[in-house]
Design a protein around this ligand. Structure first.
Ligand SMILES: [Zn+2]
Length: 247
């Protein structure tokens, strides 16, 4: 291992445009408050992020450099689940529209996540209180394992595992692309991002009548989770702020 390579360099070997989560939080606050004169006290945050505790982490045990976007706004309303797909669907999006404060705005933050170990390995992470690294995103890793198990693998309907089944069904059209990629997990994560971005846009257009608010801000990207001594990162893929009537 080359000791002169910083951890940030290791992250950027995989995601060259990645920025730290604290830089990203400042950027969002600046774009909303200074770029569009939005009253941040009246912004409802809605998220479509993985259920994984390393994404949702909060509380007194969390070091300040791991503080999440959700501390800055009302909410969040959580649309997400395994791998960050918006499983609450059209109903969830409609409900978000109904929960925005009077003369307020909404910020919808979405995307999958991937761990990067201290050694720079994507898909791996040492979780707090554990001695061995584990997978992140675990759901995407499992879907990938199923795809690799046999060329004819089809996700079976299972009432007790609906999110994984839905995730695999959404990813299935991209199986060939994912399995032949240099890094299949990174490819699956990119596909998950594109799927989530597409669904959020479609759900929003479908439910636009209930968004009688000032602004709708969308921010999408791949969250890069790291060990506890480092800040997390984000590879920002989309940032837009529109008047509600422009939907
Ligand atoms: Zn996950």
């Amino acid at each position: 291992m080359n000791e002169t390579v910083s951890f940030e360099d290791r992250v950027r070997q995989h995601y060259p445009k990645a920025v730290t989560m604290s830089t990203f939080r400042e950027k969002i606050r600046d774009v909303l408050a200074n770029g569009h004169s939005i009253d941040l006290a009246k912004v409802l945050l809605a998220t479509s992020l993985c259920a994984d505790d390393i994404v949702a982490v909060r509380g007194p045990e969390v070091p300040s450099h791991k503080t999440k976007l959700k501390h800055d706004f009302l909410g969040p309303f959580s649309m997400g689940g395994l791998a960050g797909l918006p499983y609450s669907g059209l109903t969830g999006m409609s409900t978000i529209g109904h929960h925005i404060p009077e003369k307020g705005s909404v910020l919808i933050a979405y995307g999958p996540h991937i761990g990067i170990s201290d050694q720079g390995e994507p898909g791996k992470l040492l979780r707090p209180g554990q001695r061995c690294e584990s997978s992140a995103c675990g759901a995407l890793t499992l879907a990938l394992k199923h795809f690799q198990s046999s060329p004819g693998y089809q996700p079976a309907y299972d009432d007790d595992d609906t999110e994984l089944m839905t995730l695999e069904r959404r990813l299935l059209p991209f199986r060939g692309h994912i399995l032949t990629a240099d890094n299949p997990l990174k490819a699956a994560t990119d596909c998950a991002y594109n799927i989530i971005h597409g669904l959020i846009g479609r759900y929003l257009r479908s439910q636009k009548k209930v968004f009688e608010c000032e602004y709708i801000a969308l921010v999408g990207g791949i969250i890069i989770n790291t060990g506890y001594q480092h800040d997390d990162y984000i590879d920002l893929r989309h940032l837009s702020v529109r008047r509600a009537q422009e939907l």
